[in-house]
Design a protein around this ligand. Structure first.
Ligand code: GLN
Length: 383
């Protein structure tokens, strides 16, 4: 037998895969992994079907179907006032995770330092490590998970190559505010630091708040990869389509990796989405659609004894439960799946050190009856 040395010795199967599998096994209501339990629009399916029937069944251009890149450019300018050239600054990817991996591998050299904020989505650190980069993480704490920018300043040095941001944030459902943008701008000014901005929940933002995309701020925009997801926008996470925006000098490097990682993305779906997005209501109506789900779910959860944290954006609602039990968040989440029949995600898994604030994350991108059933099970369980 030959042997190998693992490049990611600490990594197992993702929490999302684990929890979804367990939920299926014990027939629990799955509010763990973030995906809708309702279907995407039949009209969109028709349009993708039509694209297949029209013969769009061979490789798409490496950067993505032009009509789709043009739609993305239109949407970005309309929402954020930023102009991206579809030929040189927009690439369609096989989902947000591929875009994140591609951006990190395009710019991180061995020993480059990357600042991330924890709890952090689970794909950032492994991609950095695979490239030989060094993860510098800063822990954020409930209930508000504010970024302590003076601590960020202390982490920055001549080896700092990249800062990864995520707003609306997974798992905490917080958002970057104007003050954060000002602090960030001051830190990167005149420094050779890039930004990777994970904005996959860009359209899921509530209470009339503004999504502070890096695209809105020229000083930040010119050093940023912005990652977005059609899965969230179209209620079709299984299609695994997203995109990346970046100024041409960064996109050129991004595409060098992209072309050898996936070459190009599913062609018919790109044609279908390009046509579908001509209706701007598709994205303009999303905040209202999800806010209604958030409010409904919060009202239900308020009757369970769990302590609700704010949810300003994303698919997620987090709760604290430390006043009910001293169990670890993983133990408690496992007990909720098995005994209450409701699956969620323990948030300690998003901290390198496994820091446990006894906070659980629930996904509310579900039918109203699914949310009601989950709430009823939690009420009956008598937390
Ligand atoms: N973004 C989804 C979540 O946070 C999961 C994506 C995945 O399973 N990789 O639940």
């Amino acid at each position: 037998m030959t042997s190998i040395v693992s490049k990611l010795p600490q990594v197992g199967t993702t929490i999302f895969t684990t929890m979804s599998a367990l939920a299926a096994e014990v027939d629990a209501i799955n509010l763990s992994q973030g995906f809708p339990d309702y279907d995407c629009s039949p009209e969109l399916i028709e349009l993708v079907n039509k694209a297949m029937k029209d013969g769009h069944n061979q490789y798409a251009p490496m950067a993505g179907v032009k009509a789709l890149r043009e739609q993305i450019a239109y949407k970005t300018e309309k929402l954020h006032g930023a102009v991206y050239n579809p030929d040189t600054e927009i690439t369609v990817t096989a989902g947000g995770t591929q875009a994140i991996f591609t951006a990190i591998s395009a710019v991180i050299h061995p020993n480059d330092e990357v600042i991330i904020f924890e709890p952090a989505f689970d794909c950032y650190a492994p991609a950095i490590k695979l490239m030989g980069g060094i993860v510098k993480s800063l822990e954020l704490e409930p209930p508000d998970y504010r970024i302590a920018w003076d601590m960020v300043k202390k982490l920055v040095n001549s080896r700092t190559k990249l800062i990864i941001l995520n707003s609306p944030h997974n798992p905490t459902a917080t958002i970057l505010r104007k003050e954060d943008i000002e602090e960030l701008s001051a830190i990167v000014k005149n420094q050779n630091i890039l930004i990777l901005s994970d904005e996959v929940y860009e359209h899921l933002i509530y209470d009339g708040e503004t999504h502070h995309s890096m695209a809105r701020y020229p000083e930040l925009q010119q050093r940023s990869f912005i990652v977005a997801s059609f899965g969230k926008l179209l209620h079709a996470t299984g299609w695994k389509i997203g995109y990346c925006l970046a100024p041409a000098y960064l996109m050129q490097e991004f595409r060098k990796v992209h072309q050898f990682l996936v070459f190009s993305v599913n062609s018919a779906m790109q044609y279908g989405i390009a046509e579908y997005l001509k209706n701007e209501d598709i994205y303009l109506s999303l905040p209202g659609f999800f806010q209604q789900k958030r409010d409904h779910f919060r009202k239900g959860l308020a009757q369970t004894g769990l302590e609700l944290l704010p949810s300003y954006g994303s698919y997620f609602q987090s709760v604290k439960y430390g006043h009910l039990t001293l169990e670890s968040d993983t133990d408690f989440a496992l007990r909720l799946i098995k005994e209450a029949g409701v699956a969620c995600i323990p948030t300690s898994v998003f901290y390198t050190q496994g820091t446990d604030y006894r906070v659980l994350r629930f996904c509310f991108a579900k039918k109203q009856e699914t949310l009601d059933d989950a709430v009823n099970r939690l009420i009956e369980f008598k937390l």
